[in-house]
Design a protein around this ligand. Structure first.
Ligand code: SME
Length: 166
């Protein structure tokens, strides 16, 4: 397994995502444990982009429960439909929030978080088994570029045999 990822320090975000994608694919290809792979993906995204918080919430019973993450401590449980994560889970769509203060029901784990993107993760049966949540301390820090690439990264994880439905 590679011990580190390589990426251009000064490139735009799309370029860095493109550089990271094959490395993430290789990183998770030989590991079947979901939690181990989520932990490494969170670490890579945090290192490459310096996001304020990067992590996963996983469906457990009728809630989303905190999974592997990088960043300050976070809320452990989120109800379906609640906050940005619960909304992405219930709507089954990526949600970009340019200003968290303007999102009704936003769950403020940290007052430093200003904008965020949440991407649902689908199992082989098409059910959402968790979400990727990325938070920034800058307003309007996420665009369709992030949505596109993060959906692809999450798709790599969802394809693995260790995801919950398999
Ligand atoms: N902001 C999220 C809660 C999780 S934390 O930001 C880590 C939300 O409203 O769903």
């Amino acid at each position: 397994m590679a011990e580190s990822v390589a990426f251009s320090k000064t490139a735009d975000r799309a370029t860095v995502y493109a550089e990271l994608a094959p490395q993430i694919e290789a990183l998770i290809a030989d590991e079947t444990d979901l939690i181990a792979n989520l932990a490494n993906v969170a670490a890579v995204l945090k290192e490459a982009f310096g996001f304020f918080w990067v992590g996963f919430y996983l469906k457990k019973g009728d809630q989303l429960v905190l999974g592997p993450f990088q960043g300050p401590l976070a809320c452990t449980r989120i109800d379906f439909g609640s906050g940005v994560c619960g909304h992405a889970y219930s709507s089954r769509e990526t949600v970009i929030v340019p200003n968290v203060d303007e999102f009704p029901g936003h769950i403020a784990c940290s007052s430093a978080s200003r904008s965020e993107i949440v991407v649902p993760m689908f199992d082989a049966g098409g059910e959402v088994f968790g979400v990727l949540d990325v938070d920034s301390d800058k307003l309007s820090d996420f665009s369709e570029i992030d949505a596109d690439h993060l959906e692809r990264i999450v798709g790599l994880i969802s394809r693995l045999p260790s995801n919950p439905s398999e």
